[in-house]
Design a protein around this ligand. Structure first.
Ligand code: ARG
Length: 458
């Protein structure tokens, strides 16, 4: 035990169980040991312990690390958290000198340091997985620059788009997510070690060097804030939630588009599931889970924000509640991202079904644009085109079958060349300004996307 000198009675057993965090914070054993090794060197440079003592402590800590890595570390009932467990074992190995390691340090600056290191590493892992998903989107979309499909707003047929354009829309959501992770990581990379329990350290520790030795960018600037700041956890949880939300939107598209009523895509056998009762079923279970997991990611974020709200200054034990939410969100996404990536990689698009779903009514805007090109104000052209849609409905035909005389009765600007409007590919091809759905614009977009990935070393 790391404390207890002033106590007469041992902690109540149920309180001990409530208090223990070793069950989950042992996952940051590597960060805890790295922090201690750097700290031992820092206090030896500061003249608090001798170089020889520091070497003994470092060698002992390396042995503890080894035991963890081999799965040989033996937990004891009094190991309430990872910091206690490592120091207890260190002292068993190196003897009383192990007790010098904690000089000027508190578990408050220690845990904040460990957890930041763990979070930085987790962010790197998530970024790596998101980049793989983006690669899958790139490779799937490369074959579909020309493939036409209905584009929707309000989930109602709106205008023809190209399938690559639809897929790439998710690429850019993930670009923003990666950039948010970069940004969150930058603020996470500040080192609280050397803040002590709350007031700072009385020893001449070079905190800049200590921060750098651990891979941080800089030390934190205020010890009270240093031990209690968990903004980095909240930011990570927010970005992970937003990634979950983006995945859930992609998942919902896949659920809808793989429904036989649409038939736009077919999920690979490995990534769809059957029904125990209805032999014909192909359920997009992994995608429904992607949709559902967003709920728990958001729950984790909400939980932490609620823990932080109204905490008094400096460290409070409530802060121990910052672990399980982030562990769960990271585990959730690390489980989900590879599956979504594989689903995207193996999706089979069905261009015929997409083409069949195109309806001439989706060209009503193009029809209005035709009149605009002939000088009619758009607002008026919108009205005329709407009346053409109504006339087509009365006649029970598509827009292209409304007789020219009927069109001309609605506006004298209609001419025989209006027939050229009723072409879905031409409609898409006209939208070639930057960011539009025209195959040539989408090819440029795709090249920009690939350049972005390459700039990330992907
Ligand atoms: N397990 C604790 C946590 O995660 C470590 C810090 C404990 N500090 C204390 N003053 N009791 O927050």
């Amino acid at each position: 035990m790391l404390w207890g000198g002033a106590f007469e009675a041992p902690t109540d057993e149920q309180v001990r169980r409530l208090n223990d965090s070793i069950g989950y914070d042992r996952r940051m054993y590597a960060e805890d040991i790295a922090g201690s090794i750097a700290y031992a060197r820092a206090i030896s440079t500061a003249g608090v312990i001798t170089l020889q003592e520091a070497e003994q402590i470092v060698a002992g800590l390396e042995r503890v690390l080894n035991e963890f890595e081999r799965g040989e570390f033996q937990l004891q009932p009094a190991d309430e958290d990872i910091h206690t467990a490592v120091e207890r074992r260190l002292t068993e190995i190196v003897g009383a000198v192990g007790g010098k390691l904690h000089t000027g340090r508190s578990r408050n600056d220690q845990v904040a340091t460990d957890w930041r290191l763990w979070t930085m590493h987790a962010i790197d892992q998530i970024v790596g997985q998101v980049l793989l998903l983006q690669r899958a989107i790139l490779s799937q979309s490369e074959a579909h620059f020309e493939t036409l499909m209905p584009g929707y707003t309000h989930l109602q047929p709106a205008q023809p788009v190209t399938a690559a354009h639809w897929l790439l829309s998710y690429f850019w959501m993930l670009v923003r997510d990666v950039e948010r992770l970069d940004d969150a990581r930058r603020r996470t990379a500040e080192c609280p070690l050397g803040s002590g329990a709350l007031a700072g350290t009385p020893f001449a520790i070079d905190r800049v060097a200590l921060a750098q030795a651990l891979g941080f960018v800089a030390p934190t600037r205020n010890s009270l804030d240093g031990v209690s700041d968990r903004d980095f956890v909240a930011e990570a949880l927010f970005v992970l939630s937003l990634i979950g939300i983006h995945l859930s939107r992609l998942a919902e598209d896949i659920v809808i588009f793989s429904n036989p009523a649409f038939g736009f895509i077919r999920l690979d056998d490995r990534y769809s599931t059957g029904s125990s009762l209805m032999p014909q079923k192909r359920n997009a279970d992994p995608m429904e889970l992607a949709r559902g997991k967003a709920g728990r990611l958001i729950g984790n974020l909400t939980g932490l924000l609620t823990v932080l709200k109204g905490l008094p200054t400096s460290y409070n034990k409530d802060l121990q509640e910052d672990k399980e939410s982030l562990l769960d969100s990271v585990d959730t996404l690390m489980g989900l991202l590879p599956v979504v990536t594989a689903v995207v990689h193996t999706l089979k698009l069905n261009p015929e079904r997409m083409q069949q779903a195109l309806d001439e009514s989706m060209l009503a805007t193009d029809l209005a644009d035709y009149l605009v090109k002939r000088g009619m104000p758009f607002r008026e052209a919108h009205g005329v085109s709407g009346r053409v849609v109504r006339r087509a409905g009365e006649l029970g035909v598509g827009l292209s079958r409304v007789p020219l005389e009927d069109l001309q009765a609605l506006s004298p600007l209609f001419d025989a060349d209006v027939a050229t409007i009723f072409d879905f590919a031409a409609s898409a091809a006209r939208r070639k300004a930057l960011g539009g759905t025209a195959p040539e614009a989408v090819q440029r977009q795709w090249a920009d996307a690939r350049q972005w990935i390459q700039s990330r070393g992907g």
